[in-house]
Design a binder for this molecule. Structure first.
Ligand code: NAP
Length: 312
């Protein structure tokens, strides 16, 4: 007879692994689809200093490995595979996987995360691994104390990152491709009036200058009106050009907002499909923090457990 799992968790980052720890301790029959980046985005950062319980900080990859081991020791089962589509079927759901296999389940947790939009410049990926490029000032700003940094973007995120960094860093360049900020007026005014932030209007990044150790030492930018290039000496570059939730494959199944984030009901982790829950950065456009994703992962597993009990 065909196996129908009680639960499938799509995603093996903070939210997915926390859901797995809870589901395993509740003795549910479930599998975790780890996707193309087991451990999620945190595996690509270096030190994590703001995750409670680690006063000496912890490497992102180690933190995720600990969550994975914790889930595994309680009996969680993992598949290195991704869901490419989900469809409702006989009171449950059928998932098509990248490996062309199918999974059937009664309940589902989407914990698919998000990815930062990239500039598409050479070496971006390598530099993101602690070599000067970052997508999170809250996470990495501390490493650039008293240094010069650049922030790319002109929205609320870029302004927020620039203001945060201005409290730690010697100087912050805000590089924006147009001559007015997209950010809300209050955020834009704070940036414009901040003496430590210099806005480099109508410029786009074109290349990184890298030192002999492989770290960023300058950012080359081009004036989009004159085509002239200039080089800004800096130790860190923070990308704030937006995030993309990993929900593309599920847009026909889930209700998404205009940016692609999963819409949940009244701020909960419940979606409009019975037994389908969503947690972490695929839902949360606002905080995007590991601790928040962990909390949502726990909520989603508790909701799934309750739903299964009431509906089995
Ligand atoms: P966003 O509003 O989409 O802004 C992205 C910025 O990056 C824009 O200024 C855009 O330029 C620029 N950009 C995009 N692609 C680029 C590229 N390839 N090269 C150079 N620049 C590029 O994204 P966000 O700032 O992350 O905000 C997302 C949502 O969250 C917004 O609704 C925002 O209000 C909200 N948010 C709110 C808060 C808050 O209230 N505290 C904080 C953060 C975010 P253009 O302007 O030319 O398009």
């Amino acid at each position: 007879m065909e196996t129908v799992h009680e639960l499938v968790i799509i995603g093996g980052g903070c939210a997915g692994l926390t859901a797995a720890i809870y589901a395993a301790r509740a003795k549910l029959d479930f599998v975790v689809l780890q996707g193309s980046l087991p451990g999620g985005l945190l595996t690509q950062t270096t030190e994590v200093e703001n995750f409670p319980g680690f006063p000496e900080s912890i490497q992102g990859a180690e933190l995720m490995d600990r969550m994975y081991q914790q889930a595994k020791q309680f009996g969680a089962r993992f598949l290195i595979d991704s869901a490419t589509s989900v469809s409702p079927e006989n009171k449950g759901y059928t998932l098509t996987l990248a490996s062309d296999q199918f999974l059937k389940t009664q309940a589902l947790i989407f914990a698919t995360g998000s990815h930062p939009k990239s500039l598409g410049l050479p070496q971006e990926k390598e530099l993101l691994g602690g070599k000067g490029l970052s997508v999170c000032a809250t996470c990495d700003g501390f490493f650039y104390r008293n240094e010069v940094v650049c922030v790319i973007g002109g929205g609320d995120s870029a302004c927020e990152e620039a203001i945060f960094l201005s409290k730690l860093c010697k100087k912050v360049y805000l590089i924006h491709r147009r001559n007015s900020l997209r950010a809300s007026k209050i955020m834009a005014d704070r940036v414009i009036n901040n003496p430590k932030i210099e806005i480099v209007w109508s410029h786009v990044p074109v290349d990184f200058s890298i030192d002999s150790q492989g770290f960023i030492e300058a950012l080359k930018v081009r004036n989009v009106s004159t085509n002239e290039n200039r080089s800004l000496a800096c130790k860190g570059v923070f990308l704030a050009i937006g995030w993309q939730p990993n929900t593309e494959h599920f847009k026909d199944f889930l209700t998404l907002d205009a940016q692609g984030y999963i819409q949940t009901l009244n701020g909960s982790v419940c979606t409009n499909h019975p037994g389908v829950f969503a947690a972490g950065d695929c839902v949360d456009a606002r905080y995007r923090q590991a601790c928040v994703a962990v909390g949502m992962g726990a909520q989603a597993a508790l909701e799934a457990e309750k739903w299964l009990m009431e509906n089995e």
